[in-house]
Every structure is written in structure tokens, then in C-alpha cells.
Write a protein that binds this ligand. Sequence first.
Ligand SMILES: Nc1nc2c(ncn2[C@@H]2O[C@H](COP(=O)(O)OP(=O)(O)O)[C@@H](O)[C@H]2O)c(=O)[nH]1
Ligand SMILES: [Mg+2]
Length: 467
Amino acid sequence: MESTTIAAVSTPPGVGGIAVIRLSGPRALEIADKVWKGKSLKNATSHTAHLGDIITPDDEVADQAVATIFHKGKSFTGEDTVEFSIHGSKWIQREVMALLIDAGAAPAAPGEFTKRAFINGRIDLAQAESIADTISAESRAAHRIATSAMKGELSRRLDGIRNDLITLASLLELELDFSEEDVEFADRNRLNELSDRTISDINRLRATFRKGKAIKDGIPTVIAGIPNAGKSTLLNALIEDEKAIVSDIPGTTRDTIEDTAEIGDVLFRFIDTAGLRDTEDTIEQIGVERAKTQLANASLVLWLIDPTTDIDPQLSLLQTLLPTLPAETTILPIITKKDLQPTPTANSKTIPSMIEISDGKNLMILPVIEISAKTGTGIDRLKATLTEIVTPEQSDTTIITNLRHYQALTATAEALHRIKEGLTTDLSPALIAQDLREAIHHLGTITGAITTDTLLQTIFSTFCIGK
Ligand SMILES: Nc1nc2c(ncn2[C@@H]2O[C@H](COP(=O)(O)OP(=O)(O)O)[C@@H](O)[C@H]2O)c(=O)[nH]1
Ligand SMILES: [Mg+2]
């Protein structure tokens, strides 16, 4: 149990209608009373709010405020907590903080309230991390994933897996104690079965990471194609702003331009790129290289095809780029400028409804979406398609978005694979038990059943002050 009482402004820096200062620790009520004129806060019931004045030691009123009381064991941190809602001027915030510190409180470190909630057993580590994710969520989908983890869904799933492993480990340990007598307490088939089940459970979770992270940060969606295909016009239409310069001069966009938009609950990070072509202009060349780097990290590629000029070279260019894209990347071919008369090839005046591209091994047949970013035709249809592609399967609500969790799951799976291998090679129970302990350890680091000071320091130092 911490002995200090900490205080911090929990609302964002700057001026607001009100600001909230939190005070948490064994002396919270006593310190609060020192700066308070009104009903005694120490004698107040938990979960009650009180109007009063915050006063200086000279009895001068610093602000009129509302104090909300939460008693030890019933508060977020698990400690006695007072939340002062004060007027949100910068001066009042500074003044009230100074008064609380004079009265015996210490300024809270980043994430210290949440860290105390963890240390006092109110939440586990994965839940604590998801609080930070909830605060930074920029779309309904990211928020949904974070709150599900915050409520403990991920933790419950991991605890279930870990408990199974612990049961088996204790049977194996028992066997080691009786090693003279050649008994088998831990059924090898069961151990093998459990390893299989756990590995596939863990792999299911691991498989959600890429998508989970993309949902959290915004799905990287690269808009690419030849110069003048209409990329910047489409970016502006999708983000509903005039962020990128549009002109009929090929090579106008020479750097990548990014912005996000929430479409159907999901945040997309749209990246407008320089048109791909061989160019003598050195700055444009750098832009083309940057476009290629973006493509190499894309979840989605909107490949824009200009139908007012021959489309065949535009399709071959896509084909050439295909091997540089991640295997999971989804490509959406989009024919632009639907409002204009197309001349797609020398021989044909009609637009194909499907295009075929091949990466050398597999032939992909992709449906074509036609749009006019200028008139808005097809933009809703494109948005609907984007949402369809990325909406997470409803069947699996537990999604990993945190690299630390992903790495711990990977290490757990590796230890389980060693167990399986050990079972087939009749490895000694002592060594199998060792791998099992390792699997349990790695899994435990996610929820914080196993932690170190350094780990806690790393996690909570990324939080903001006041959380
Ligand atoms: N008529 C028409 N012109 C378009 C459309 N989209 C883009 N353009 C024009 O095509 C030119 C190139 O557009 P821009 O977005 O800068 O292309 P980028 O080089 O691919 O970024 C500009 O003159 C745009 O106004 C469209 O849907 N219809
Ligand atoms: Mg452009």
C-alpha cells in the first residue's frame, strides 16, 4: 500500500468550463479538509458530492468548488479519493494544486492513479493499459475494442488459459516429487491436447493483432496510381476537406499527404501519394520512393485508374508493384472521372467491370469501383466497400492491439511448441515442467500476475498526468 497522497489535474491542460483535480491516498480526506470550507469531508459518506469553498491558509477563498468523495475500497485507485471540480482557469488550477501540495499532497506522476488501481488489485495490467487506449480511441471501433479489454474480457480469456496450464504444471511438479516411484500424474495425452488447444487459442488472438493495431491507429489506406489519376481529389473527397492540392499538372503531389476519417465506425488513415512514374525531377523522385514505402506498409490500396488515358499501362504498373505489397493487403481498383468520356484503350471505349492481375503465381480477379470524386458519384459505394472489408468478425470480440501483449503471446506459444516437441521425444518431466512454467510466466506478464518494477515503469510512464 502506498503511503503518499497524490494530487493532479485530471482534465486536459488549458482553460475549460471546469477542471477536475484528483486527490488519492491515505490522507486524501484530511488534506482535502485543510483547504476546504464547508461540510467536513472526512465525515462525508462515500460517493457523495458537496458544494463548498477552497480556501488559502489565510482563509481567503480561492474558488467555489464541488468535492466528490470516494472511500478506500470503493474508489478507482482503491484508496480514499477526493475529486474537486473547480472553475477551469489556469490560475485556479495552479492555485488549488499549490494549496493541496502545501497541505501535504505530492504531485502525481504520469499514470500514477491507474498504477495504484493496479497495485491495489482494482484492475489488472491489461485493463490498466486499455484505459490509456480508451482515452486515445479515435473511432467507435477502437473504442469498442479498448472498453472490452478495460472491462476485463481479454484478461478473463487469458486467465482461463493460464489456469489450465497451472493445473497441469502442478500435476507435473507432483510427479517430480515422486520421481523414484515412476508414476504419471500428468496425463501425457491431456498435456498434448491442452498444448494444442492453447496454441490454437493463442494463435487466434495473435491473428487479431495486425487488424487490431490498424483499427487503433487508423487503417493505413494508400491512394496510388499514375499522375493525374485523381488521387488528391479522392483524398479530399474522403476526408471532406481541401487538404491536398489538386491540379491538372502531372506531378503536383510530390510528398505523401495523410489524414484520417472515420467511416462506418472505423478510422482510416488515408495516404495520398505522388503519382508513380519515371521522372527527372529529383524531388518528385523522392516522392515516388516515399509512395513505394507507403505501399509496402499498406493494409488497403486504392489503385486509381484514369479512364481518359490508356488503362493497360496502369494495370501493368499495379502488377509490377504487387510483389512489394504485404500479402494481406487488399487492393481496390477504382476507375476515376466517371463524369468524363472514357477512352480506356486504343481499341475499346468500354470500362471493364473486373480486372485481372497476377503476382506470377496467383491470378486475382478484382471487381472495379467507378467513381467521380468531382461530382461525388460512387463515393458512398466506395465507403461502404471500405467498411465491409475491415469490419472485424463479430464472432471474436477479443482483439489484441498492444505489441507487448502480442509478444508475450508469441513467447507463450513458443514454449508450448517446445512442450509438444518434448512429449514426442520423451523429454524428462523436469524439462517439460520448465517449459510449462515459462509458458505460464509469459502469459502472466500480460495481465500482470507477473510484473517487474521496470515493466510497470515503462507502461505507466506513457500515460498522461492525472490518469
Ligand atoms: N472531371 C473530373 N476531373 C477530375 C476528377 N478527379 C480528378 N479530376 C481532375 O484531374 C486532375 C488531376 O487530379 P488530381 O487529384 O490532382 O490527380 P493526382 O495527380 O492523381 O493527385 C485535376 O485537374 C482534377 O480536377 C473527376 O472525378 N472528374
Ligand atoms: Mg496528387
